[in-house]
Design a protein around this ligand. Structure first.
Ligand code: ADP
Ligand code: MG
Length: 467
């Protein structure tokens, strides 16, 4: 006679072989088998999100394991531990009896709360250097900058809620968002401001789901008066994070709290974001940052030089600003490099030196690597022959290398999903979509994998610069 514990342990051995250690620990170790009856294995998961996450991401491996243990007719049933004494259950399940007998005592620590202060004070996570004072205004940013200042005077009280700042990388979205936050704190004592990147928010969501503390997490966000979320394009393809973000957004908005978001593309162009969220974004103001014109670039350059206690001839400044056009971060990079060259290497700052420095910066963004070169980089990184990436093999390391190549191809080239699929032995676009999602999931859950990706991204970027 098979019992539920045995069957589930066997399933786990199968699953362990097909997914990485970290996701396995995160999503499978907390599952408990509770019963086996008529080929139906019932397992207990900590909460509803956990169940949905499994179904969204691991349904194939689960099916495979169940089939191998219980045959074609076998099936899996989830039971959800009651969350905060509310009944949340799979229909037909009597969840009320399933309140966990012992609490494991794991409550989520709020990462941003400064302890020891009577009235809870949230650490805003703002960068003090990013203020309106250090933000140079020009035609390119006047509109978003004025909207930001109006908000700072009257947070939550203008029509700009949410304010969505969008623009290409390096045009000042993050700087402006912090400037608004800093100005609000300066003007309105006691306002709780929180800056967070979408990436960090996503990690918190994962953590909250894992530790069964989604409610605490949501409650924490209710204390905030001004919420700034940077780079919301990363909400793309993350339905759970979107769902929680949607709820937080609604509650804050309803109570007149200010929301500021940034994105590197217009909200409607963020792929795989639910319509209901996009429609919320339309409630406020979308203001875009444009590339700075020559005069503004000169002004920004002067400001950066001033803060480095450096001055350059007009000729050199002109040279820099004619060559660095579309990215203020690059402009800043040039200044920092020049300072380093002149102080560390004691070189004279002349046009020759500046030309050398600029060479390293000229727009990496506008260039493109080819899918072929990405494949070669990845194959070399994983020590595989390139042809393997086209093959039909299901060997895990090859599958991961292939998925990663597709991910980098999508991120760093303008090729369509279809053409990317074609370059990997004629796979269709849905395989590519699946790969992008798989890589995203792994990055969210597996730190080692994420390191691998970071290393590869570096290589791709170096390839871009040296092209
Ligand atoms: P984004 O978030 O759009 O990628 P950032 O806000 O990180 O861009 O800006 C890149 C760099 O350029 C930052 O160091 C920022 O201080 C600087 N910067 C951007 N816009 C301005 C501006 N208008 N005035 C001064 N510095 C700016
Ligand atoms: Mg930014």
């Amino acid at each position: 006679m098979k019992d539920h514990i045995n069957v589930w342990n066997n399933c786990l051995s199968i699953i362990r072989k097909s997914i990485d250690v970290q996701p396995f620990k995160t999503w499978f170790e907390p599952i408990k088998a509770v019963q086996l009856e008529d080929g139906v294995l019932t397992v207990q998961v900590p909460n509803k999100f956990f169940y949905e996450w499994l179904e969204e991401n691991y349904v194939d491996v689960l099916k495979k394991a169940i089939k191998s243990e219980l045959g074609h007719k076998g099936s899996l049933n989830y039971q959800i531990t009651v969350e905060n004494h509310r009944k949340i259950g799979v229909p037909g399940q009597d969840v009320s009896k399933k309140v966990r007998a012992e609490d494991d005592g794991e409550t989520m620590m709020n990462p941003f709360v400064i302890p020891g202060i009577k009235k809870m004070k949230i650490d805003s996570q703002l960068n003090a250097a990013y203020t309106f004072d250090s933000f140079v205004e020009g035609e390119c940013n006047r509109f978003p900058s004025s909207a930001g200042q109006a908000i700072a005077r009257n947070p939550g009280g203008t029509a700009f809620n949410p304010l969505i700042v969008f623009g290409d990388v390096g045009l000042g979205k993050t700087h402006l968002a912090h400037a608004v936050g800093n100005e609000i704190i300066r003007k309105h004592e006691g306002k709780q401001v929180l800056y967070i990147t979408t990436e960090k928010f996503t990690n918190q969501v994962i953590q909250a789901i894992k530790s069964n503390s989604v409610n605490d997490f949501m409650n924490f966000y209710q204390m905030i008066d001004v919420l700034i979320v940077d780079d919301i394009q990363f909400l793309s393809n993350r339905p759970k994070t979107q769902e929680i973000f949607f709820n937080i957004f609604n509650q804050l908005h309803q109570t007149g709290k200010q929301i500021i978001l940034t994105s590197d593309r217009a909200p409607k162009d963020i792929l795989e974001v639910e319509d209901r969220l996009i429609s919320r974004f339309k409630w406020g103001l979308v203001a875009d940052l444009k590339a700075p014109d020559f005069d503004t670039r000169i002004k920004i350059l002067n400001k950066k030089l001033e803060s480095e206690n450096l001055d350059l001839s007009h000729e050199i400044k002109e040279y820099i600003c004619t060559h660095i056009k579309s990215n203020i971060r690059e402009l800043e990079g040039v200044v920092i490099s020049i300072v380093a060259q002149s102080t560390l290497n004691r070189k004279v700052i002349d046009i020759k030196l500046v030309r050398e420095v600029i060479k390293q910066f000229v727009s990496t963004v506008e260039r493109e690597v080819s899918v072929e070169s990405i494949k070669q980089l990845v194959a070399r990184h994983f020590n595989l022959p390139v042809e393997k990436l086209h093959s039909k093999t299901r060997l895990r390391e090859v599958v991961v290398a292939r998925q990663l190549s597709m991910y980098l191809a999508k991120t760093y080239t303008n090729n369509s999903l279809k053409s990317i699929g074609d370059s990997f032995g004629g796979r269709d676009h849905s395989t590519v979509i699946h790969s992008l999602k798989a890589v995203q999931d792994l990055m969210d859950t597996d730190l080692l994998f994420k390191d691998n990706v970071t290393a590869l991204v570096k290589k791709v970027k170096t390839a871009l610069v040296n092209k």
